[in-house]
Design a protein. Structure first.
Length: 747
C-alpha cells in the first residue's frame, strides 16, 4: 500500500524527492497542538532515535498502543515518521509503474455481480449506497470534495485545505459522468466488502456530522470519513496514495474530528475504483489502529499471486484480506480482525439460534464474520439438487468453503475450488457449488458455509482461513419428492378477542409436504401478526369487527396449502375514569367529558350528585355554562356505547371570581379649601378584605379609611397639585388586586 500517514503537529510541507520525502518549512496558521512539542519539526522515526534519544523514548511511550515496537519498526521502515508531538505516521510512495498500467487496463470493469447483496445500484443512485443502514458506526466515503479547516492536517498544509471532487476527465465537479460513477461504485464495493464482518455502515450517502463525531466516551454513535480527491495541496506535498492517522477511530471529544479525515488521492492510486477502494480500506484501517504489513527489508508486503494483505500493498492482487503476518518474512503479527472489532463490533451471526431454513428456489444472504464462523442452512432435497454459494461482492475477501451434511450429520461433500488469479482485480475459484442426487422421496440436509484458505502459510501466495471473511449468497434448486403428499392446512376455531387486550392463538396446523413449514396470513385484524415459523397468531387488536383471515403454509420445497378462519374482535369495554374540572365564578366553561372503549360514540347521562349552579350537562357529555357560586361539587356521569356503559365521578371545583377594582385609576378632581369625598371599591373574591396603601401619598389635607369592599377618601385639600398612590386589596382566600390611583387638586 503506497500512502502516507501524517499526524498532528507537522510544521512543514511534504515535498516528493524521488523515493524519499522531505519537508519544506513554511509559516502556517495552524490549530493548537495536543502537547508541548518535543521536536522542532517532523522527522523519520529512525533519525529521531539517532539524534534525539530523549524525544524518541517519549514517542515510544506516546505510541505504545498504536505502534508497539516503535524502535524496531523505525529501523526497518524508513516510511515511519514522528511529528512534533511524537505521534507516529507513515510517508510512502504511490503504485509502481506496472501496477498503474494494470489499473488502467481494468478501468470500467463490471461493478456488480447481479443480484448479490453488494451489487451496484443504477448509476443515478450511486450516492444512496449503504452497506448497513442504521448501524451505530459509520465509514463515509466522500467523493464530493471538501473544504477542511481546524484539523491536524491544517497544521501542515495551511488554515484552509480545499479538496476537489474525484474526477476522471477534465470536468471536475459533482456532476459525475457514468464512467466516474462506475469507479465510485467499485470503490464502495471494495471497502464495503473489507468491512462486511463488522457492524459498521460503509456509505456514499452523507450521514451528517452527528454520525461521525464522537463528543464523549458515552457517545456510542460515531465513525470516520475518508475524502477521496484527485490531489490538492496535501497530495502536492506528499505525492502519495493516501494519508491517515493511526488509532483515532475511538478517540473522544475534540480529538475525534481533529484527526480526520483520512485522505485518498486518485492521482496517487490511479482512477481505478478497485485501487481506490484498496487504498481507502487501508487508510481507514490505520484509523482503527492497524499498522503496516511489511517484511524485514520492505515497509510493505505486496503479496504473491493471488493474495496480498490489505495493510500491505494490495493494489495488484485480486484477493486482499486482513492479516496477522501469515506470509514469508512478515514483520507484523498484529491481529487486524480483532483490532478492528475494538471500534466496530462483529455483525450478528445468521444462525445464532440454529440452522436457517433454506427453501427450494430461495436465495439467502449472509456474512462470514470470523475465522470460527460456520453458517448453517437446513434444507430438504429430492432428486437432482444444486446448492450454490456465490460471493456477495465483485471484489471478494471470502474464499468460500461449502460442506454438505446429511440428516445424521455425516459429510456428503466438501467443496473448495482452487483460487486462481485472473487479473489484478479478479480471481476465479472463490465461489462453491455442489450438485448431487438426493432420494426422490426427499431427505433433510445442511449446508455449512465458512471461509477457506489456500496452500500452506506462510508460503508465498498461500493464505489461511483467518482473513477469508465477507459476504455471500446461498441458493437451492431441487425437485419435488415423488411421494410427497400435498400440503394440507387445517384452520381451527379462532377465539374472539377484544380491542386493547393481548391476543394469542395457534389456529393453524399443516400436514403433508416436506417439513419444515413456513406460515403467512392475510386479512388478520389490525394489530395481530403471524409467526412465520410456528403459525401462532398474536398481538393486541386495535379495531373491532369480524375478520376472515386467509392462511398459507409453504413446505421446505415450496409447495403450498391454504385455509381460512373467522375471528371477531369486540370493542374495548366502555370506561369512564374519574375526572376533575376547574371553573371560576362568572367565567364561561365548556368541557367535554372523556370515555374510552365501546364504539367510540357515547350517550351521556347524570346518575347522581349535583351540578354547580349555572352549569348544565348535555347528552353529548359536555359540561357547560357560567358558574355563579363558588364551591366544590361532584356528580356521577354515565357513558353508554351500544349495550355497554360505565360511570365515573366528576368533581368540579368552582373558584370565586377574582378580586377586581371597580373604581377607575383616575379619581374625581378636588379644590383647595373645599371639602372632598370619594370612594374606591372592589368586587369579587372571597369577602373579608384587607386594604393597604403600598406606595405614594394622598394630597395634603385628605385621609383614607377602609370598610369591607370600600375605601373612603375625605378631608379638605390645603394646596393644589397631583398625588399618585397604590392600593392593594387581599381577600379572605388570599386573592390580591392592586391598582395605582391619581388624584388632582386644583386651585
Amino acid at each position: 500500500m503506497t500512502h502516507q500517514i501524517i499526524a498532528r503537529g507537522i510544521v512543514g510541507i511534504l515535498v516528493a524527492t524521488g523515493s524519499a520525502v522531505a519537508f519544506s518549512t513554511g509559516a502556517q496558521a495552524a490549530p493548537s497542538e495536543p502537547c508541548s512539542p518535543a521536536l522542532a519539526k517532523a522527522a523519520p522515526a529512525a533519525d529521531v532515535a539517532a539524534t534525539n534519544p530523549k524525544a524518541f523514548r517519549a514517542a515510544e511511550a506516546r505510541n505504545a498502543k498504536t505502534v508497539p515496537g516503535l524502535a524496531k519498526k523505525a529501523q526497518s521502515d524508513r516510511s515511519l515518521w514522528l511529528d512534533r508531538c511524537g505521534s507516529a505516521f507513515y510517508v510512502d510512495a504511490g503504485p509502481s509503474a506496472g501496477e498503474r498500467s494494470a489499473a488502467v487496463g481494468t478501468m470500467g470493469a463490471a461493478t456488480a455481480a447481479a443480484g448479490l447483496p453488494l451489487a451496484g445500484v443504477p448509476l443515478a443512485d450511486t450516492f444512496t449506497l449503504e452497506s448497513k443502514p442504521g448501524s451505530a458506526r459509520t465509514i463515509y466515503l466522500d467523493f464530493n470534495g471538501e473544504t477542511v479547516t481546524g484539523t491536524a492536517w491544517n497544521n501542515t498544509y495551511g488554515a484552509t485545505i480545499t479538496a476537489e471532487p474525484y474526477s476522471i476527465d477534465t470536468t471536475v465537479s459533482t456532476a459525475f459522468s457514468d464512467a466516474e460513477l462506475t469507479e465510485i461504485q467499485k470503490a464502495w464495493q471494495t471497502v464495503a466488502e473489507d468491512y462486511a464482518p463488522y457492524d459498521v455502515n460503509v456509505t456514499l450517502k452523507d450521514p451528517g456530522t452527528a454520525a461521525i463525531d464522537r463528543t464523549s466516551s458515552s457517545d456510542l454513535v460515531y465513525g470516520t470519513r475518508a475524502v477521496i480527491t484527485n490531489g490538492g495541496v496535501v497530495y502536492d506535498g506528499c505525492g502519495c496514495g493516501g494519508v491517515a492517522y493511526v488509532g483515532v477511530f475511538n478517540t473522544t471529544g475534540s480529538n475525534h474530528m481533529f484527526y480526520q479525515p483520512a485522505w485518498v488521492f486518485s492521482n496517487g492510486t490511479t482512477k481505478n475504483g478497485k485501487y481506490i477502494g484498496e487504498a481507502t480500506s487501508h487508510e481507514i484501517g490505520h484509523n482503527f489502529g492497524l499498522n503496516h504489513d511489511g517484511t524485514s527489508t520492505a515497509g510493505y508486503y505486496s503479496g504473491s499471486s493471488p493474495w496480498a494483505p490489505i495493510m500491505g500493498a494490495s493494489y495488484s492482487q485480486p484477493i486482499s484480506q486482513w492479516s496477522k503476518g501469515q506470509y514469508p518474512d512478515a514483520n507484523n503479527t498484529q491481529d487486524d480482525v480483532t483490532q478492528i472489532a475494538t471500534g466496530a463490533a462483529y455483525r450478528a451471526d445468521e444462525d445464532a439460534t440454529g440452522a436457517v431454513a433454506l427453501g427450494n428456489g430461495a436465495a439467502l444472504n449472509g456474512v462470514v464474520t470470523k475465522e470460527t464462523d460456520a453458517d448453517s442452512y437446513s434444507f430438504v432435497a429430492a432428486g437432482s439438487t444444486t446448492v450454490t454459494v456465490a460471493n456477495g461482492s465483485p471484489f471478494p475477501d471470502l474464499d468460500v468453503q461449502l460442506r454438505v451434511l446429511d440428516a445424521n450429520g455425516a459429510q456428503v461433500a466438501l467443496v473448495n475450488p482452487t483460487a486462481t488469479r485472473v487479473s489484478a482485480v479478479q480471481a476465479s475459484g472463490l465461489n462453491a457449488s455442489y450438485t448431487f442426487t438426493a432420494p426422490t422421496a426427499g431427505a433433510g440436509f445442511t449446508a455449512e458455509i465458512r471461509g477457506a484458505g489456500q496452500g500452506t502459510v506462510p508460503n508465498a501466495g498461500a493464505y489461511s482461513t483467518y482473513g477469508s471473511l465477507g459476504t455471500y449468497q446461498v441458493s437451492l434448486a431441487t425437485q419435488t419428492p415423488t411421494n410427497a403428499d400435498p400440503v394440507v392446512v387445517t384452520v381451527g376455531s379462532l377465539p374472539d378477542g377484544t380491542v386493547g387486550t393481548a391476543y394469542a392463538a395457534s389456529p393453524v396446523s399443516a400436514s403433508g409436504g416436506i417439513a419444515p413449514y413456513s406460515y403467512t396470513a392475510t386479512g388478520l385484524p389490525a394489530g395481530l401478526s403471524i409467526n412465520s415459523g410456528t403459525g401462532a397468531v398474536s398481538g393486541t387488536p386495535t379495531a373491532p369487527g369480524t375478520y376472515t383471515p386467509a392462511f398459507t403454509v409453504t413446505d421446505a420445497l415450496g409447495a403450498t396449502g391454504s385455509g381460512a378462519g373467522t375471528v371477531t374482535i369486540a370493542p374495548a369495554p366502555v370506561a369512564v375514569a374519574d375526572q376533575s374540572v376547574s371553573a371560576t365564578v362568572g367565567t364561561a366553561l365548556s368541557r367535554q367529558l372523556v370515555a374510552t372503549g365501546g364504539t367510540g360514540s357515547y350517550t351521556w347521562s347524570l346518575s347522581g350528585g349535583s351540578l354547580p349552579p349555572g352549569l348544565g350537562f348535555s347528552a353529548a357529555g359536555v359540561l357547560s355554562g357560567t358558574p355563579t357560586t363558588a364551591g366544590s361539587y361532584s356528580f356521577s356521569a354515565t357513558a353508554t356505547s351500544g349495550a355497554a356503559s360505565d360511570a365515573g365521578t366528576v368533581t368540579v371545583t368552582v373558584a370565586p371570581a377574582p378580586v377586581v377594582f371597580v373604581t377607575g385609576a383616575t379619581l374625581p378632581l378636588g379644590k383647595v379649601r373645599s371639602a372632598y369625598s370619594t370612594t374606591i371599591s372592589v368586587s369579587g373574591g372571597t369577602p373579608g378584605y384587607t386594604w393597604a396603601r403600598t406606595s405614594g401619598s394622598l394630597p395634603a389635607g385628605l385621609s383614607i379609611t377602609y370598610s369591607g369592599a370600600v375605601a373612603t377618601i375625605t378631608g379638605t385639600p390645603s394646596k393644589q397639585g397631583s398625588a399618585t398612590f397604590t392600593l392593594r386589596v387581599t381577600d379572605a382566600a388570599g386573592g390580591v388586586a392592586t391598582r395605582t390611583f391619581t388624584l388632582q387638586i386644583k386651585r
